[in-house]
Design a protein around this ligand. Structure first.
Ligand SMILES: [Zn+2]
Length: 325
């Protein structure tokens, strides 16, 4: 059995607060006299988005200084490196930290300083905030493109927002050379994924599970090589997949859609990057060829420098060339 830790891969879907180690959450909460949410995975059954969001917000509230941000980034990158991850794209919505850290720029600068040379940073607004705020963050992201911002996204619950309203923000990001990486098609049907590709120019989609139910959307994703960032452990707890075995990774691959496995919020969902690949192997029946394809998609769909991509892709080929013992 080939060891999944030695398969080179990229983690393209990881949120800052959700990347925190449980011990760090407990330590920072104690330091600031805050109540930490229990540092365990959500129960494996249908939680509402609101229940998840309040958990995430409680975790985020213990990150209060630029030093805290640096520590969380540092530890997150070390944890992913342990899992054979050669490139990480860390997603941050600076809005939630700005008041305590002293503004949007200091938050982003703290993330960038800690990530420097080791990871790309994706600035994300929220579907739940006004489009004007997304434009403001897109302009911020564009200004910091020379310093390590590689993408612009939209996170949180997509229901109730009009996709077209966010087109100006994604235009600003695209003009700065940033990848558009919105969360999409988590709750809303396949049209939502399609609109994010056609109206926002998304090059990657966070989740996008509902695309699986519509052949025209699958064809669009395959034709434009739009990578879906699939994070298996996020779906059963929030009720968007009945269980891990129902996560449609192989169906997406069969339709020619690039799939990159990610971790989303290991703090809350309780699983790192190797575990996502282990689930693909054990629960979804992925062969080593398919696991290598997933790793290659994560690397190819990333914003890593060309030399990093070439080195990691060569490593994927080497991994597959190892004789199975
Ligand atoms: Zn996410």
């Amino acid at each position: 059995m080939r060891d999944l830790r030695y398969l080179p891969k990229a983690n393209l879907h990881l949120h800052l607060a959700g990347a925190m180690r449980p011990a760090t959450l407990a330590e920072l909460a104690a330091r600031y006299g805050l109540a930490a949410p229990p540092p365990v995975a959500l129960a494996r059954s249908g939680h509402s988005w609101a229940a998840f969001q309040s958990r995430y917000d409680a975790a985020r509230s213990v990150i209060r200084t630029a030093q805290d941000i640096a520590r969380v980034v540092d530890e997150a990158l070390a944890d992913d490196a342990e899992d054979g991850c050669g490139w990480v794209e860390l997603q941050v919505d600076p809005t939630g930290y700005a008041r305590l850290v002293g503004g949007l720029e200091p938050v982003l600068e703290a993330v960038l300083a800690a990530a420097a040379g080791r990871a790309g940073v994706i600035v994300a607004s929220s579907w739940a905030r006004p489009p004007a705020h997304a434009e403001r963050l897109a302009r911020l992201a564009a200004r910091y493109a020379p310093y390590g911002v590689v993408g612009f996204g939209l996170s949180n619950d997509e229901r109730g927002a009009r996709v077209a309203d966010f087109a100006p923000a994604f235009r600003v990001a695209a003009e700065a050379g940033l990848l558009g990486t919105p969360h999409a098609g988590f709750y809303e049907p396949a049209w939502h994924v399609r609109d994010c590709v056609t109206l926002l120019g998304a090059r990657r989609i966070g989740h996008g599970l509902t695309a699986t139910l519509d052949s025209a959307t699958l064809a669009l994703l395959a034709e434009r090589s739009v990578t879906l960032e699939i994070c298996p452990t996020s779906y059963p707890p929030l009720g968007v997949a009945p269980d891990l075995s129902a996560v449609p990774v192989r169906a997406l691959l069969a339709h020619g859609v690039p799939v990159a496995l990610g971790t989303d919020d290991p703090l809350l969902f309780g699983a790192g990057l190797v575990e996502q690949y282990q689930i693909a192997r054990d629960q979804l029946g992925c062969t080593d060829e398919e696991l290598a394809a997933l790793a290659a998609h994560s690397i190819a769909g990333s914003a890593a420098p060309a030399a990093v991509k070439a080195r990691l892709l060569a490593g994927v080929r080497d991994w597959l060339a190892i004789e199975e013992s």
